[in-house]
Write a protein that binds this ligand. Structure first.
Ligand code: ZN
Ligand code: ZN
Ligand code: ZN
Length: 169
């Protein structure tokens, strides 16, 4: 569900809805309505049934997907601002699958990053030990240590985050 509410005209009063929070829509037929017209007992002019409030389909995750703080039916996490509300259960299910695919990849992706970073850090020492001449000063090569450290750190962070976020639901 990705309907553009801001800039649409309300189907009932024809007023332009200027900003997102001034409007809503009918969940059944995606028709934009302004907040004033969208009353619990109104009839949607397009599908001719009682207005289907999108809020009644909202789905809240039990945890924040970012920091794993417990979520109590809030739109955003109070700690890290990650979205913790989905338009409906099927949107949440899609997110859930993608989230856990990311979690499952984390040990492999993180390990590869860390190993790559270690290799970068080790390379000046290897080159020095093997006596390979590279034409530039070996001191420049030692600068690679500072390139490698953040790669290793990011790799380890990915493993830790993946592990921490594995209980998301
Ligand atoms: Zn209206
Ligand atoms: Zn409708
Ligand atoms: Zn959070």
């Amino acid at each position: 569900m990705n309907i553009q509410i801001a800039g649409s005209d309300c189907i009932m009063c024809a007023e332009r809805i200027m900003i997102e929070k001034e409007g809503t829509y009918c969940y059944r037929c995606d028709t934009p309505l302004c907040r004033e017209c969208a009353q619990p007992d109104c009839i949607c002019p397009v599908c001719r049934k009682a207005w289907d409030d999108p809020a009644s389909h909202y789905y809240f995750s039990e945890f924040c997907p970012g920091c794993m703080q417990k979520n109590h039916n809030h739109e955003y996490c109070g700690h890290c601002d990650s979205p913790t509300r989905w338009p409906d259960k099927s949107s949440y299910d899609q997110f859930f699958v993608a989230h856990h695919a990311w979690v499952r990849r984390s040990p492999l992706v993180g390990s590869l990053m860390a190993a790559g970073g270690l290799l970068v850090i080790a390379s000046p020492f290897l080159i020095a030990a093997l006596g390979i001449s590279i034409g530039i000063g070996i001191f420049f090569l030692y600068g690679l240590i500072f390139v490698g450290i953040p790669i290793v750190a990011n790799g380890l962070a990915r493993i830790i985050k993946g592990n921490r976020r594995s209980g998301f639901r």
